[in-house]
Structures are given as structure tokens and as C-alpha cells.
Design a protein around this ligand. Structure first.
Ligand SMILES: Nc1ncnc2c1ncn2[C@@H]1O[C@H](COP(=O)(O)OP(=O)(O)OP(=O)(O)O)[C@@H](O)[C@H]1O
Ligand SMILES: [Mg+2]
Length: 220
């Protein structure tokens, strides 16, 4: 990591190396934080790669800084360098819910809170864009937070919101098929949270989700 970041960052542990990003924990100016750096994808054209990296980072930073002024539970953005492709975020307590669902320490009951959290995000006007169980954090008290907003929409449309539910639905069927009726519980949570402030009611998003689900089934 070059420049400024190097001076202020004291790394302790690499916690994730993915296709798109690597994430490590450490201290940022003495504050516990994570450093998320976008990795270069070798097979993509350099210029295209740079453009994609910048756009994902700038979307994620924009969404996080807007969420920061609400009560929504997501990391706080502490520092960003778009050119170099990294940002520093506050640490979220807990772990991605993926592993806890696989090992059975968490289960279908947590789906209600997840549904509520998705609705809360949609009511603020955002869609997430990549709602898998790797991007949903749960702490020891069962509190849900979301992360990884690089594919979010700031002024989300009905289709984007329906897609969020569909991505989660596909993830639950593919990776957590032992959880019975998990998506039904997500939808119950989703419907229970409504302040009438969004142009898209929970019912309208769920009905778009059902259309998308049928489209996908039909196309096989
Ligand atoms: N603020 C945070 N606090 C705690 N853990 C985090 C935080 N940000 C990221 N992580 C951890 O790092 C993982 C990857 O982060 P993130 O989902 O933001 O990257 P990614 O874009 O999915 O990377 P890739 O697509 O390469 O897998 C998360 O699943 C989580 O375990
Ligand atoms: Mg992720």
C-alpha cells in the first residue's frame, strides 16, 4: 500500500482474500479498523479494470457515507483513496452469517431480522446489489449488519429491490437448502418493516421478486 495509507496503517491480520478485494484488520491512526483494497483482476484489460475498480469503490464510498448519517447498521467510512483502490472502514462485530448457518449456530429465526434489514435499506432508497450470506454480518446478540456495497444503487428502482430478494433467495437455495422456509421468513420480516416513506411498498417489491423468480424458473 502506497503513500498516506502506509503511514497511518498498522496491519494485524489478513482476513479475506477474494477475487475482487482483500481485507485486513489493523489499526488506522490507532483505531481498530479494516483496510479493503481492490485487487487487480489479471485477465481484464488494464484500463477497464481501473475504471471498474474506481467505480465500485466510489459507489461503495458514496453509499457508506450516506448510510453513516442514518441509523443503518453498516461500516463507517474512515478513509478512501480511489486512485490507489483502497478504503479504510470501521470494524463490524461478528462474522458473515454464511458460516454460522452452515455450522448450525444460527438458523431460520435470523431470517426475519435479515428481511427487516433489507427493507430498511430499501426504504432509504438504496439497493444492495450482492445480497449473499457472505455480505450479511451477525454479531453474538443476533444483530444484523450489511457490508460490501460496491454494486449498490443509490436511487434504486423496483427491479433492483426485487433483484436483491432474488439474489438472497438463490443463495439460500444453493448454499443453505437445509433451512426450511428460509425465504418465507425473510419475506415476513421484509413486510413487517414499513414506514410508508418509500415509493415502493413491501408488497410491490415482493410481487416484483415473484415475477423475477418466475422469469428465472421459466428460462431455466
Ligand atoms: N467492516 C468490516 N468489518 C469486519 N469484517 C469485514 C469488514 N469489511 C469486510 N469484512 C470481511 O471481509 C470479507 C470481504 O469483504 P467484502 O465483502 O466487502 O469484499 P468483496 O468485495 O466481497 O471481496 P470479493 O468479492 O473479492 O470476495 C467480508 O465477508 C467480511 O468477512
Ligand atoms: Mg463480499
Amino acid at each position: 500500500m502506497a503513500g498516506l495509507c502506509f503511514q497511518y496503517w498498522e496491519e494485524s491480520e489478513l482476513i479475506h482474500v477474494g477475487a475482487e478485494a482483500s481485507v485486513s484488520s489493523g489499526l488506522w491512526l490507532g483505531i481498530p479498523a479494516v483496510l479493503k483494497s481492490r485487487r487487480r483482476r489479471g485477465y481484464r484489460h488494464l484500463e477497464l479494470d481501473n475504471r471498474l475498480t474506481k467505480s465500485r469503490i466510489s459507489v461503495e464510498a458514496k453509499v457508506l457515507s450516506r448510510l453513516q448519517i442514518t441509523e443503518f447498521s453498516a461500516p463507517r467510512l474512515l478513509q478512501i483513496n480511489q486512485e490507489e483502490g483502497w478504503m479504510v472502514l470501521s470494524i463490524l462485530e461478528g462474522n458473515p452469517i454464511y458460516q454460522s448457518l452452515v455450522d448450525g449456530t444460527r438458523g431460520v429465526d435470523d431470517m426475519f431480522e435479515i428481511g427487516m434489514k433489507i427493507r430498511e435499506l430499501h426504504e432509504l432508497g438504496f439497493s444492495h446489489g450482492d445480497l449473499t450470506t457472505h455480505n450479511i454480518m451477525i454479531d453474538e446478540n443476533g444483530k444484523i449488519s450489511l457490508l460490501d456495497f460496491g454494486l449498490s444503487r443509490i436511487s434504486a428502482e423496483l427491479e433492483h429491490m426485487g433483484q436483491d430478494l432474488q439474489v438472497l433467495n438463490e443463495c439460500l437455495s444453493a448454499s443453505h437448502s437445509e433451512l426450511e422456509n428460509a425465504m418465507d421468513v425473510v419475506l415476513r420480516g421484509y413486510s413487517s418493516f414499513s414506514s410508508d416513506e418509500s415509493p415502493y411498498s413491501p408488497d410491490s417489491v415482493i410481487s416484483r421478486f415473484n415475477q423475477i423468480r418466475n422469469r428465472v424458473r421459466y428460462l431455466g
